[in-house]
Design a protein around this ligand. Structure first.
Ligand code: SIN
Length: 271
């Protein structure tokens, strides 16, 4: 297995692994370690059926059902990521962490892109939330310690995507503003513009000012990021506990198609 970093701190291309074949223990441990070290792994030239894609996901835990997959008219464990000239929006076209409205948000997502836009474009940006935290002053870190934020699924799924909520509404849960990665033990910034509505125990003005600062820091610091340029049959596996991502819709009226599998985290985000 060959590991080629995309940047010094985030993202790596992995060559020499066929994800359609059963993974021996050594290869699985190598991928797992690379996942913890690089947070975003890019596997090129993979020829995967849906079942093989899901089997790879299951190596890391139970597969997630996306809250917008509640109609039951397809495979609940596969989220279609499809944009055409008729799309009103493209999913994930803004900085976010996947489904942080859930009590147990996905620990990771595996997006398998099959069709890339003929025009070029359609890359995805990723940002490192360990580094986003580490770049803050010690005074700011002390202030954020112990704060809790609310993450609300209605913000993207109703507000941006205009979908009909399931009975009882979309999930809404609280998570620490600074979380500790359950496997690496590193601290990271855990608010995102997709889902975070407010920070608890602050006045609305204080919450707005602090969130605006933190989200601006994430969105305007290129040093946090790496960029994945997709080719057909690329699978990217990101650690959703310590990264954010942003799909770039720069290819209208061209199309892009992929399928995503996410894995439920074994534990809630914890300080
Ligand atoms: C997403 O999972 O948010 C979509 C990412 C992408 O389409 O690149």
């Amino acid at each position: 297995m060959e590991i080629t970093p995309l940047t010094p701190h985030l993202g790596a291309e992995i060559r020499g692994v066929d994800l359609s074949a059963p993974l021996d223990n050594e290869t699985f441990s190598g991928i797992h370690q690379a996942f913890l070290d690089w947070s975003v792994l890019v596997f090129r030239d993979q020829d995967l059926s849906r079942d093989q894609h899901k089997d790879f996901g299951r190596k890391f835990g139970k597969l997630h059902t996306h809250p917008m997959n509640h109609q039951g008219d397809g495979d609940d464990e596969i989220l279609l990521v499809k944009t055409t000239k008729d799309s009103a929006y493209t999913a994930g076209n803004g900085w976010h962490t996947d489904v942080t409205c859930d009590e147990y948000p996905p620990m990771g997502s595996m997006l398998y892109i099959k069709e890339v836009p003929g025009s070029g474009g359609g890359d995805t940006l990723y940002a490192n939330m360990y580094l986003a935290y580490e770049m803050l002053s010690e005074t700011m870190k002390d202030m954020l310690d112990g704060l809790v934020a609310v993450h609300d699924g209605a913000i993207p799924y109703v507000g941006a995507y205009m979908s009909t909520p399931p009975e009882g509404g979309y999930p809404r849960h609280e998570h620490p503003v600074v979380a500790t990665h359950p496997e690496t033990g590193r601290k990271l910034l855990y608010v995102n513009s997709g889902f975070t509505s407010h920070i608890k125990d602050l006045t609305p003005q204080e919450s707005k000012a602090l969130l605006t600062f933190l989200l601006h820091h994430i969105a305007t610091t290129p040093r946090l990021t790496c960029r994945v340029a997709w080719e057909p049959n690329t699978l990217t596996f990101w650690d959703n506990r310590c990264t954010q991502h942003h799909a770039i819709w720069d290819y209208y009226p061209n199309s892009r198609y992929g399928e995503r599998v996410s894995i439920v985290a074994a534990e809630r985000p914890a300080a």
